[in-house]
Write a protein that binds this ligand. Sequence first.
Ligand code: SF4
Length: 447
Amino acid sequence: MEKKNLYIQTFGCQMNVQDAQKMAVLLEASGYGTTDDPAQADLILVNTCSIREKAAQKIYSQLGRFRELKERNPHLLIGVCGCLAQQWGDRFFRRVPFLDMVVGTHQIHRLPEMIGELERAGGRIAETGFCDRVGSLEIPAQPAAGAVSAFVTIMQGCNNFCAYCVVPHLRGREQSRPLPEILREIEALAAQGIHEVTLLGQNVNSYGRALAEETDFTRLLGAIGKLPGIGRIRFTTSHPKDLSPQLIACFGEIASLCEHIHLPVQSGSDRVLKRMNRGYTAEAYRAKVAELRRVCPQISITSDVIVGFPGEEEEDFRQTLELMREVRFDNLFSFRYSEREGTAAVGMERPVGEGVKRERLSVLQALQAEHTLEKNRDCIGRQEAVLVEGANPNGSEEMTGRTRGNRIVHFPGRSGLIGKTVSVRIVEAFPHSLRGEAEQRGGADVH
Ligand code: SF4
């Protein structure tokens, strides 16, 4: 079979990165090998994201750059996949006339068939239907050669319908993978040398709800915790309303479960949380944080906040800052609210002006920067187990890895440490990372 080149550009979340790896695995069987150079490609796939307005704008401008390649090579096929493809469907052809293919979020497994059809008969194809069972969920992603960590999709879709969010509209309802299938994938990853897995899903806490077998997320964690070779388990993302006492208890019971949770709060005001349809109060959130810290005092807690949701008053915003001061998140991802087509928040009364949103975001980010630095400084003097991921990308003669609490650590070391867990004493703290010194035991590195 003649070898052809595939170039994939991915925007947005880790779920999209996973999907891109699955596309590469799928298309390998159709004779496509990946290339880093779009100019060499026979097929370009743009894996899109529509969570933020900015991402969508970037995607259109990137597609504009590929127009010239298509003019030079009329045999080049260009397709869009992911959330924006799902949202726009065949309307994408009007906006980007040189496009050949629009592939919805439930249609990835049909890529080889669609490309075969385009190669044979030409024309254009848009497939955006939802399926009862997402075919691509079953395809194991292929981590990069030499990687020490891998992401494993355990479920996709969401039933929650937060008022601002497009995910249930574009990824469909929750679907979970059967537990034995996930375990087989992780065993295979461990056999390839993967030491750390991050379990992925829009709301991993509700894993297993729609499966025929009786299972849940805590059982999955327990089963992975027993697999040899997997020293670290992480997961993302969790919904606070579904964070059960049993799941919190796992942080005290499963040795390989890392001491970090990403628990998006979105607002510290009950009024705003209600309008967002989040299903919990600020008090309930605080109680879950307190319980997490009781079970696992060293746990890192990170979160997401949206500022300027319609109807957010100064008092609501003040309550968000108050919650941040109480919880002191280790890190926080914060965003200005922007409207998403098809969501319940579209057209809600009392929209917040862009200037006010910008101002609130900068106040909030300044506060979080203080907290993050304080939390990083608290690490000075501690001995941390660091899983070494590679050389420090800034080019110095240092290695880079992560603590179990998900902090980035740089330390002097050699490349032979990649993939090993090294005991590092933290000596310096920065806004986004730590610096340390590796502990030597009898001249040997700690594994
Ligand atoms: S739980 Fe998360 S993915 Fe689901 S609707 Fe809410 S924000 Fe979106």
